[in-house]
Write a protein that binds this ligand. Structure first.
Ligand SMILES: NC(=O)c1ccc[n+]([C@@H]2O[C@H](COP(=O)([O-])OP(=O)(O)OC[C@H]3O[C@@H](n4cnc5c(N)ncnc54)[C@H](OP(=O)(O)O)[C@@H]3O)[C@@H](O)[C@H]2O)c1
Length: 280
């Protein structure tokens, strides 16, 4: 009873008996010695990346593919993910999907299972940052940010969860410094990222040790993120700031790749990274 609740509570733990290697006996580990590996694992771990058509998502796909992962590139802009899949070649597939559309995510999960055999890593990266003064005029932006940044990540995770749990997986949620600090004009964006952090912390406890959960919290990174801001004056200011940003999507992708390559007995749960000159 309440087994799912106990797993995250050290005081009530029902951890499985350690194996000869000192690791808990999961169904099958994807890495490590003395464990069974499925055919699809031998061909390279499989990473599903949402929002892979630009910025941090595209850079993460390139970095993981270079590290030997097979990658499924999810986004709405089909031309962009197809071009990236062509660039990467073998082991990369473009899977058009809007994270606000559960049916599309189900179809994506189905395709990844059929073509790659399963999913080892889900990177919940898709996001929009529609900043501006809090007002009724921006109400569509608020709904969109919650639907993409928060509900989109939650939906993608529940859809891919069985695959992630099957043998030991990783969930990487791309949060933000705005998941820790809320500034003027960023209230609802920050609410989605604070929400992502709270949900991730609960999942971390609930899914251990089968699925490692990591939250990445970048500061300003040079991407097209501010170009979608609908409030004109805010967009202009943000584009100036992002136009001189020194941290690149590649920098963040390298951190994500490092986190994922740690041995399974080590989990990096949270990474906060800012440009060296960013105070807030
Ligand atoms: N850049 C920064 O300074 C910064 C800092 C902290 C956190 N972040 C976070 O990093 C993540 C990636 O942002 P980025 O900076 O790389 O910006 P970006 O280049 O604008 O990338 C955003 C990605 O999200 C995808 N996306 C948006 N709505 C979607 C939807 N409904 N369904 C599926 N995909 C959707 C976009 O693809 P399509 O439009 O093709 O669907 C795009 O690939 C976001 O979660 C953002 O909040 C960024």
């Amino acid at each position: 009873m309440l087994q799912w609740l106990r797993r995250g509570d050290p005081g009530l733990s029902d951890r499985r008996a350690p194996t000869a290697t000192g690791r808990p006996a999961t169904r099958r580990h994807r890495e490590g010695t003395g464990t069974t590996m499925s055919q699809h694992q031998q061909q390279g771990r499989v990473a599903v990346i949402t929002g892979a058509s630009s910025g941090i998502g595209a850079a993460t796909a390139r970095s993981l593919h270079a590290a030997g992962y097979r990658v499924a590139l999810l986004a709405r802009r089909t031309d962009r993910i197809e071009a990236l899949a062509d660039e990467l070649g073998r082991g990369a597939i473009a899977v058009p999907a809007d994270v606000t559309d559960r049916e599309a995510l189900l179809a994506a999960a189905d395709r990844v299972r059929r073509e790659f055999g399963g999913t080892d890593v889900l990177v919940n990266n898709a996001g929009v940052m529609l900043l501006g003064p809090f007002s009724a005029e921006q109400r569509d932006d608020y709904r969109r940010m919650i639907e993409v940044n928060l509900l989109g990540a939650i939906t993608a995770t529940e859809v891919f969860l069985d695959q992630l749990k099957d043998g030991g997986g990783d969930l990487v949620n791309i949060s933000s410094v705005a998941g820790r600090v809320a500034n003027v004009g960023s209230g609802v964006y920050a609410a989605t990222k604070f929400g992502l952090n709270g949900w991730s912390e609960s999942l971390r406890k609930e899914l251990l040790p089968d699925v490692r959960v990591t939250v990445i919290e970048p500061g300003v990174v040079a991407t097209e993120l501010p170009t979608h801001i609908t409030h004109a004056a805010t967009r202009q200011g943000a584009q100036q700031l992002y136009g001189v940003a020194e941290v690149t999507a590649q920098d963040v992708a390298e951190v994500i790749t490092f986190v994922l390559q740690r041995p399974r007995h080590l989990a990096i749960h949270e990474v906060l990274l800012r440009p060296a000159a960013q105070a807030a």
